[in-house]
Design a protein around this ligand. Structure first.
Ligand SMILES: C[S@@+](CC[C@H](N)C(=O)[O-])C[C@H]1O[C@@H](n2cnc3c(N)ncnc32)[C@H](O)[C@@H]1O
Length: 288
């Protein structure tokens, strides 16, 4: 396994159950709602706090604290449970080999997890997709998962700016016998997407997966919305951003970009959406 970070629900409770080197900090030091609002003066902070869920002690279950959700319990994924999930993924041998080779490389935490790749492949199959786009390919794990389930005449445009990682991806496309389905575009993804639009390929794609520069998410999304047909999917990775999106004290530029992207998506009537807490969070968008 690579060390790709998988969102653990418990992370998002750090405001109220902070830990230092794995040890709980005494409650006297916990940030409470009042001191939090002194630090974060916007109304946003309060709404974050009102919706802060809590974790039941010694339980893999998290409960929404907003009573209007009726004490709804959801599963909290810890390491043993995640290991269990991974043992229940059907990962093709060629994908396992690529994952294991990538695990030795710099940036290996960037590749999607096997459970995410399996979901991407299943979405492509359910959709009967033939033409796909990937924004951010790295060594090819997610694109190979998609290419493997595309029909023989299927086509996947894989956008990647790093020539070195493309070499690894191409080697695995060859080994898997899917090179004829994958059109690797070396360069900035936004430029590639614009060139596809200029070449008259609008509305000609069934499925897109976004997993590159976080600050560019809104731009990728706007371009992909032109390229994907009505009823097609745009799946966006890292939408929970290691839990930082729900922490009002975290306001670095990447977190803000993703938080804004998620907010915009909620209001966007051009798509149906479903935010799925798998891996680091993926939102599935269906073009209306
Ligand atoms: C998170 S990784 C992709 C992981 C891949 N989907 C997988 O599952 O193996 C992001 C990749 O996007 C590439 N990238 C970042 N910004 C880019 C850009 N503006 N244009 C093209 N590729 C970009 C990076 O070089 C990196 O390889």
């Amino acid at each position: 396994m690579s060390n790709r970070m998988v969102l653990s629900y418990t992370n998002s409770f750090a405001l109220f159950r902070p830990k230092f080197n794995g040890h709980s900090i005494p409650s006297i030091y916990h940030t409470d709602v009042l001191s939090l609002t002194r630090h974060v003066s916007s109304a946003t902070a309060l709404s974050f706090c009102q919706l802060q869920a809590s974790k039941l002690p010694d339980s893999p279950v998290t409960v929404a604290s907003d009573v209007r959700y009726g004490s709804k319990q959801i599963i909290s994924v810890d390491s043993p449970l995640y290991d269990y999930i991974l043992t229940n993924v059907r990962e093709p041998k060629i994908l396992r080999e690529l994952r294991e080779e990538t695990a030795t490389m710099r940036g290996s935490q960037m590749q999607v997890s096997p459970d995410q790749a399996q979901l991407l492949a299943m979405l492509v199959q359910i959709l009967g997709a033939e033409r796909c786009i990937e924004v951010g390919t790295y060594t090819g794990y997610s694109s190979l998962a998609v290419a493997l389930v595309l029909p023989e005449g299927g086509h996947l445009v894989a956008c990647e700016r790093d020539g070195k990682v493309i070499e690894v991806a191409k080697r695995y496309y060859d080994r898997a016998g899917v090179s004829h389905k994958v059109d690797v575009r070396h360069g900035l993804a936004a430029d590639t997407l614009k060139s596809l639009i200029e070449n008259g390929e609008s509305c000609r794609y069934d499925f897109a997966f976004v997993d590159a520069e976080k600050k560019m998410y809104q731009e990728y999304f706007e371009l992909l919305l032109q390229l994907v047909r009505v009823g097609g999917l745009i799946v966006v990775d890292n939408v929970l951003w290691h839990g930082r999106v729900s922490d009002p004290l975290v306001n670095d530029s990447k977190t803000l970009s993703i938080r804004n992207f998620n907010e915009n998506l909620m209001k966007d009537n051009r798509v149906d959406i479903s935010m799925v807490p798998i891996g680091d969070g993926m939102t599935i968008c269906r073009k209306r």
